[in-house]
Design a protein around this ligand. Sequence first.
Ligand code: CP3
Length: 351
Amino acid sequence: MPDGKTLFEKAARGIRTERTPVWVMRQAGRYLPEYRALRKTVDFLTATKTPEIAAQITLQPIDRFELDAAILFADIMTPLEGMGVPIRFAPGPIIESPIRSQKDVDGLRPLDPDEGVPFVLDALSIVRSELPKDRSLIAFAGAPFTLFCYLVQGGGSKDFMDARSFLRGNPEASDALLNLLGTSMIHYLRAQARAGADALMLFDSWVGLLDEKLYRARIQPVMKNIIQEVKAEIDRPIIYFANGGSALLEAASEIGADVIAVDWTRPLHEAVARLGSSTVLQGNLDPSALFASRDELGQEIDKVLESGMGAAAHIFNLGHGIHRTTDPDQLGFLVDRVHETSERLSSDREG
Ligand code: CP3
């Protein structure tokens, strides 16, 4: 690491590396026996709010696998309590009093990270001091539309119909809520960068429920503003995960993020064909491929790596979070296979 940049950071900034960096979404979590053992002694919310425990869980997958990045153990809902919304988890987030009117929106306050999420900032500085220098630390925030979905719906849903009808039926209150979430996430991301995060990620898990016209009109401006305002203050690569967003790929790529993370429904070479070869991609193995035989899993990993070769750079990941019933040894196999195949593909390219 002579120039002070990790493999992950080089790739995130569009530089091709001698092998493809790899990490996986939800790598700190329930598929790991050491996580389940710790969770027997502490509930999820307390774990996210106790810096030493959050740091320990963040580092669990790093101790086990040769991953290029750690992602802070927290949740996209974590900062919302600091905005005045009580949350509980069972195991997904539940909001007892959903936001359903302008009056409800007026009752919220913008996030002050030092006051609302000091434990997240402390956890980040602990992890950064314990993480090897050649690994990057990713901090994240929920994208406003995805947070809006949970806040208005009151919890998880297949189609977030209440949230989507509120977006159309109460445009002024909806835009006020989206903007308040946008401003809060700007403060949250900047504070996390100052606390030690090397890269930032925005999770838009439910944005694929929107058509392109609605996305461009109501969501894209909020997203553009977040990227612009964060970048005006701090220089960190930003990853945007627009889950289910293959119909929105062009619109999502216009917000100004450094890296576009994609789900597994379309191959990476299609994203390159649509967005151009200066695009940096993250993804996109189907998480269920980790349940296939080693033969098939190996072939699927190679296909993703080959498909990503046309991008400016590629960060290997799953197309969504690792499932809680995954055998951890399959992830070990994945990491080794990504190393081997990507080294071979890179040297073929050089030669
Ligand atoms: O390893 C990591 O990726 C870091 C930690 C992390 C968690 N949640 C921990 C968690 C991250 C990045 C998230 C993001 C998150 N949370 C998203 C965006 C990513 C995505 O999956 O689309 C969303 C939509 C949430 C909301 C949420 N939190 C749900 C739907 C659930 C239930 C998940 C399930 O599989 O049942 C949670 C709880 C949660 N967040 C757990 C973990 C480890 C499980 C908590 C437990 O019981 O131990």
